[in-house]
Design a protein around this ligand. Structure first.
Ligand SMILES: *Cc1c(COP(=O)(O)O)cnc(C)c1O
Length: 352
């Protein structure tokens, strides 16, 4: 198999050794003679997987006491709705930063049982920056933001300051850098960016928020349902949870968040330096808000498109096409992407 440099935005690259281990579990899990895919989620083998996955999240992210980790189905897109249901208080209003497509989708869901109030937005410039200097109204029940805007290539460099309960969609940068979990009341993230295959959604829930919502919550959307049953109220996404566990083992073994943060910074520095130095390219976002995970850029002269695309193909670089709402190119550089893949891309950019 030729080595492909995989820049897919999600589902995306995972460590090769994780794929190998996962493929073994599909055939014969823990020498049980059974595939992981055909065994009960109530079996000891699988309960151990769920417990290790949950405890590795706590260990790797340094989650303080008083939080519960869940692996649920539904994707981050169901997380938009669950977050709103569980966080709505007496005002029935959540405040949102509208920083892109995913943030917008989250706001929409809040309007099903309350009101999603846009506190600040960067839509005026096609979401190419992170809003700053806004005032947060006091009659809100919670404050929600998207830590990394996967499509537009912007990322918060600091956690927004607020006294309100804080909720974050961390789908595309969780586990990529250090984060102070104690600042948050609820974090959610689809697994398929930095954690594992599609199918599981990670929730980190501050136990204090449970049972406090002012609205009636359907059973499956109530975080308390899942917390009370140790993330096993119904059949969990077994395979995705297992592979997430393997990815977390990989992360821990290699040096954890400190190691990956340095590696991600080195990758981002290498690519952004080339974008800034190379007269053929230009970044699409405000420099101070640039994402270390999703790097968006365009060709200054579109006449070079075919030539550049051919060079990418020759170098086995895949998944670089930009999202249709931005155009150009997007290099998604999730945790498992090695520095050598970024070097391969930079070499191609120099050749143009
Ligand atoms: C990918 C992504 C989503 C959507 O996740 P699904 O699991 O497909 O629902 C939401 N938010 C962000 C920031 C994303 O990157």
């Amino acid at each position: 198999m030729t080595k492909v440099h995989n820049y897919s935005a999600g589902p995306c690259i995972l460590p090769q050794e994780v794929f190998e281990e996962a493929s073994k579990a599909v055939l014969n899990f823990n020498n049980s003679g059974l595939s992981l895919l055909e065994m009960s989620h109530r079996s000891k083998d699988f309960v151990d997987v769920m417990e290790e996955a949950r405890s590795l999240v706590k260990e790797v992210l340094n989650v303080p006491e008083g939080y519960t980790v869940l692996f649920l189905q539904g994707g981050a897109s169901l997380g938009f709705l669950m977050a709103a249901y569980n966080m709505m208080g007496k005002n029935k209003k959540g405040g949102y930063l509208n920083t892109g497509t995913w943030a917008k989708n989250a706001i929409k869901e809040a309007n099903f049982m309350g009101e999603g109030v846009v506190v600040a937005s960067s839509e005026d410039k096609n979401f190419n920056y992170i809003p700053k200097g806004y005032a947060i109204p006091s009659d809100l029940d919670y404050f929600h933001y998207t830590s990394n805007n996967t499509i537009f290539g912007t990322q918060f460099k600091a956690i927004p300051e607020t006294d309100l309960p804080l909720v974050c969609d961390m789908s595309s940068d969780i586990f990529s850098k250090k984060v102070d979990i104690s600042k948050f009341d609820l974090i959610y993230a689809g697994a398929q960016k930095n954690l594992g295959p599609a199918g599981a959604t990670l929730y980190i829930v501050k136990d204090e928020i449970l049972g406090k919502s002012s609205v009636k919550i359907p059973t499956m959307l109530n975080l308390k349902t899942h917390v009370d049953k140790d993330s096993m109220f119904n059949t969990p996404p077994v395979f995705s949870t297992y592979v997430s566990m393997l990815t977390l083992r990989w992360l821990k073994k290699n040096g954890g968040i400190e190691w990956i943060e340095k590696r991600n910074e080195a990758k981002a520095h290498l690519l952004y330096s080339e974008i800034d130095a190379n007269p053929n390219f230009e970044g699409t976002t405000a420099v101070e808000d640039r994402s270390n995970m999703n790097v968006t850029f365009v060709l200054k002269d579109e006449a070079n498109t075919e030539k550049f695309n051919n060079l990418l193909k020759e170098a086995n670089i895949s998944g670089l096409k930009g999202h249709r709402s931005v155009g150009g190119y997007r290099a998604s550089m999730y945790n498992a992407l090695p520095l050598e893949s970024v070097q391969a891309l930079v070499d191609v950019m120099k050749k143009l």
